[in-house]
Write a protein that binds this ligand. Structure first.
Ligand code: SF4
Length: 87
């Protein structure tokens, strides 16, 4: 499993944690287009979370919102889910 796949990944410089649900990822890559410093696709075409400095949190949320299958879950550092929004 790559970083962030089916398990939350964090980054010392980011206010969010990110998880990609592998089973939902259909390799559309819109997450990579919106947040290229945060997401990439592995050799099977499944998104994972990159090492190094991520994009701004708002950009990461935009990337998650662009995913056609809602495969990306974003939470804050307290474990509260930010995206998809929970009411
Ligand atoms: S946008 Fe969603 S389906 Fe497309 S690569 Fe990213 S996580 Fe996978």
């Amino acid at each position: 499993m790559m970083n962030g796949q089916n398990k939350f990944a964090s980054n010392k410089d980011s206010k969010v944690r990110i998880k990609v649900i592998n089973e939902l990822c259909i390799s559309a890559a819109t997450c990579v287009i919106h947040a290229p410093n945060t997401f990439d696709l592995d050799e099977d075409g499944i998104a994972y979370v990159k090492e190094g400095t991520w994009d701004e949190a708002q950009q990461i949320i935009t990337a998650a919102a662009s995913c056609p299958t809602t495969a990306i879950i974003i939470e804050d550092l307290d474990g509260n889910q930010i995206y998809p929004e929970v009411n």
